[in-house]
Design a binder for this molecule. Structure first.
Ligand code: NI
Length: 242
């Protein structure tokens, strides 16, 4: 069930029996030499649409822009500053709360969003007090089944940016984006993330600690199944929270 494909009377009917929804949030940023720039948008959306269909939960349009300033030295990256993203999130949460959505579940695809999403939640709770909706952030790649599977598939080559698991899942969603090429060094360097120019100097092809040449569409299908099971469980627990 995707919000942007529904009519307002259908949303009004939904709200008579359910008040939860899923908002995928990602980032439009470089994902190494073989990963699509939309990887962090494609992955949570792919998982959310399956969860929404399985459990009859509305999935909002994906927030395609996140805090990706450290990726701006790579062509194609589009970033919001933390302060901008904070305001976007607050406006969207307030829009949904006004209709009666009181459990808003952000399914996130990008580690760089976590601090700002959490800050937006704090501001909403402070501003709205008792009338605030309940808010939750879940990273699609952090559920127990998903982590276990990615560890089995890739071990230390999973790394932390442009990972084989996210590239595999993105290719599974959009098979025409699959690209195989030699990648050197096999495992990318690791290090501390600072500004954009520093990032490109330290991590010249965009990857951090990963070997995304291991990704396959078949793995992407297995990762999708694990992530959908994790998110269904996690969302159901959220819906029951008092
Ligand atoms: Ni990513």
């Amino acid at each position: 069930m995707q919000l942007h494909r529904m009519t307002w009377p259908e949303v009004e009917v939904y709200l008579k029996t359910k008040t939860g929804l899923i908002v995928p949030i990602g980032s439009t940023e470089q994902h190494g030499p073989n990963g699509p720039i939309g990887t962090d948008v494609i992955c949570p959306e792919h998982v959310a649409i399956k969860v929404g269909a399985a459990d009859q939960v509305i999935v909002a349009p994906t927030i395609a822009f996140g805090m990706a300033q450290h990726h701006l030295a790579f062509p194609g990256t589009m970033s919001l500053k933390p302060a901008t993203l904070l305001l976007v999130l607050k406006d969207l949460i307030q829009s949904l709360a006004g209709h009666g959505f009181d459990r808003i579940y952000f399914l996130n695809g990008h580690g760089g969003n976590i601090a700002t999403v959490t800050a937006a939640f704090s501001e909403i709770y402070a501003d709205m007090g008792e009338s605030a909706p309940k808010l939750k952030l879940h990273n699609w790649f952090m559920g127990p089944r998903t982590r276990k599977l990615c560890k089995e598939l890739y071990g230390d080559a999973e790394g932390s940016h442009a990972t084989p698991s996210e590239v595999a899942l993105a290719w599974h969603a959009w098979p025409e984006t699959e690209k195989h090429m030699p990648i050197e060094p096999r495992i990318a360097p690791r290090g501390v993330i600072r500004g954009a120019a520093d990032y490109r100097r330290q991590f010249p092809d965009g990857r951090i600690g990963s070997d995304p040449s291991l990704a396959t569409i078949a793995d992407g299908g297995r990762i999708l199944e694990a992530a959908v099971a994790d998110v269904r469980e996690n969302f159901a627990a959220f819906a029951r929270e008092s």
